[in-house]
Ligand binder design. Sequence first.
Ligand SMILES: [Zn+2]
Length: 197
Amino acid sequence: MDIYKVGDKSKALCSFCKAITETTFRVRTVPLSSGKGRVEGVLAGVCDRCDRVLSIPQQSVPRIKEQIGTKRHSLEARIPQHLSDILNLACHQIGANSASEFQAILIKYYIRRILEASLAKKIHKLLESELSSGKSDSRISLKIDDAMYETLVIALERLDLNQSELLRVIAVLVKHEILDEEDEEAVEDLKKMATVA
Ligand SMILES: [Zn+2]
């Protein structure tokens, strides 16, 4: 495989200039062919005449694939402040260096687990609990990849919840399992994740 450096020269057919033109490899933000989104920091062959991206070398492909496979969806919801505090407290209790970054990992961990029979059967009771209630004025937002998004959609449908209700339930679960240390396995799992995060 040829590895190109910034500034290397090549040639390509430019459909805009309608000619074979000289190209220079430069770092560019390139649009995805699907039209949905752009990838920053991609080495690309750029037409010397019209400055358009003409080619993407093999070495840039993983960077683009990674972008396609991850962070395509977002989970956004508002939950009561005290539930948001619970999530933050749990991140600190687990020993995460950055509570704001670990919060996303914590939420995803529970999205993956939410359909476990032992949890699923108590979801609606948790949602109706006193702890779950309150004015939703704290915004939660995280990026999720395709696989997690699929898991989320299935969970919401099976449990008949919307995103905000799901996050409320997760926060209540976190209160019981992590803050009150009722689930040692969950605490241990998350501590392990915190050391590699
Ligand atoms: Zn051109």
